[in-house]
Design a protein around this ligand. Structure first.
Ligand code: MN
Length: 425
């Protein structure tokens, strides 16, 4: 099916501010609360949120096989279950409705009033109910940096890393939408010389710059997804801050890996940008040496060029950008991650979320965590207000942004933000 919605020459009758992440070529999916306190599935063009539930009731999706209540829900899980053919039909139709020379909705004031909301009239919610969340560790630069800091610079990458997309199962209950404040976690840390573990608010609170993909139902238990088909099951991506308490993590992670140092909060951006919308921004990934096992071998253009940045904004002060990275640095692609995830027969369902792992680039200003940027506190970062950071302070807001840009077309994810509140002791 042609992705007519991706046509870069398309223009909308909705005004798109310059540098907007939401031109008519994006058409992301999200869930929001309207001014009348009604929850609905929607999309966004420019600075307008569009109520898809209302559009459907008014007959704008005629001819597409959709249940009457598919958009009148508080999650996208059922729509995502409908599969890629339906996602494409709906996204193409939305694009057509808002095309500059299509008068049907453009010239219907009554319908426009029911369907369009300014962004300050709505409140974004979590777009899906995540029943399972997996976090990978797929950036070679990040794995090398962390291996050097936590273990041994000579053997920073463990022997399995170049053969397996390494991952662990995360916690879903604490996944929160952008803008939700995050309470500094309390926990244990490594014992000092007296052998007694420390206990109290984390002193080494960090962000992790990640992307995450949302899947549809991919396989039944016991079946596996082949690499050539893996992307058919990826609905779209969000920007993802996998908050981490490094002191809790360093004490607890042996032998079973991440636990309370990770599961106190994970923030996602609220609009799911479809894999279809990102198609024009495909690019090659890092060369994979040694060649992965056959079940993980993928064709070319495995990666996507998504510019990423992280800012820290202290209370009542200006934001400082502390990192600029790119999703294309990922060593293991999303298709490789999903294929590997199911190779043992593990079933993947609609709304499952797979984090990429921290996305660090090759240069020091492209590292995706404070752990790496400050090299575990050895090189503090100076912010615009003159204050220094080794990790994240109380009342700091961490702001992540992600967008693609090519031939004058910019399309992105908006922001993924979270403000740190002091610990409750
Ligand atoms: Mn992570």
């Amino acid at each position: 099916m042609p992705l007519t919605a991706n046509d870069p020459t398309r223009k909308s009758w909705i005004d798109i501010p310059s540098h907007s992440h939401f031109p008519i070529q994006n058409i992301p999916f999200g869930v929001f609360l309207t001014r009348d306190d009604i929850i609905t599935i929607g999309t966004r063009i420019g600075d307008y949120a569009i109520d898809l539930g209302a559009l459907h009731q008014l007959g704008y999706f005629k001819g597409i096989d959709l249940t009457d209540d598919i958009f009148l829900q508080d999650t996208l899980n059922d729509f995502i279950s409908d599969g890629r053919k339906t996602w494409r039909l709906v996204r193409n139709r939305i694009s057509d409705i808002f095309l500059e020379d299509n008068p049907v909705l453009r010239d219907h004031a009554e319908h426009r009033k029911q369907v369009l909301f300014t962004m300050n009239e709505i409140e974004m919610q979590l777009p899906v109910t995540v029943y399972d969340y997996t976090d990978f560790y797929a950036s070679k630069e990040h794995a090398t940096n962390v291996g050097s800091l936590f273990r041994d610079p000579e053997n920073a990458l463990l022997p399995n890393w170049l053969h397996i997309p390494i991952g662990y199962h995360g916690r879903c209950s604490s996944i929160i939408p952008s803008g939700t404040p995050v309470r500094r976690p309390v926990g244990q840390s490594k014992p000092g010389e007296d052998g007694v573990p420390g206990f109290g608010p984390s002193k080494l609170l960090d962000f992790e710059l990640e992307m995450a993909f949302i899947t549809t139902d991919a396989n039944n238990l016991g079946q596996r997804v082949k690499i050539d088909e893996a992307e058919d099951y990826i609905f779209g991506l969000v920007l993802f801050n996998d908050w981490s308490a490094r002191d809790l993590q360093a004490w607890e992670y042996v032998p079973l890996g991440p636990f309370l140092g990770k599961n106190f909060a994970s923030t996602i951006s609220p609009w799911i940008v479809t894999l279809d919308a990102l198609e024009p921004f495909r690019t090659s990934g890092p060369e994979q040496i040694p060649t992965p096992l056959p079940y993980l071998q993928q064709g070319s253009n495995m990666n996507i060029d998504i510019k990423l940045q992280v800012g820290i904004q202290p209370e009542n002060a200006e934001e400082t950008i502390v990192s600029r990275s790119n999703f294309k640095y990922m060593y293991w692609s999303m298709a490789q991650q999903l294929t590997h995830h199911t190779v043992n027969g593990c079933n993947v369902r609609s709304g499952d979320m797979m984090g990429s792992g921290t996305i660090s680039g090759p240069t020091k200003d492209s590292y995706g965590s404070m752990l790496e940027l400050s090299w575990r506190g050895q090189n503090p970062i100076t912010l615009k207000d003159g204050s220094q950071r080794k990790f994240i302070n109380d009342h700091d807001t961490v702001i992540m942004r992600a967008y693609c840009e090519k031939d004058g077309l910019r399309l992105g994810f908006g922001k993924c933000t979270g403000k740190i509140l002091p610990a409750r002791e």
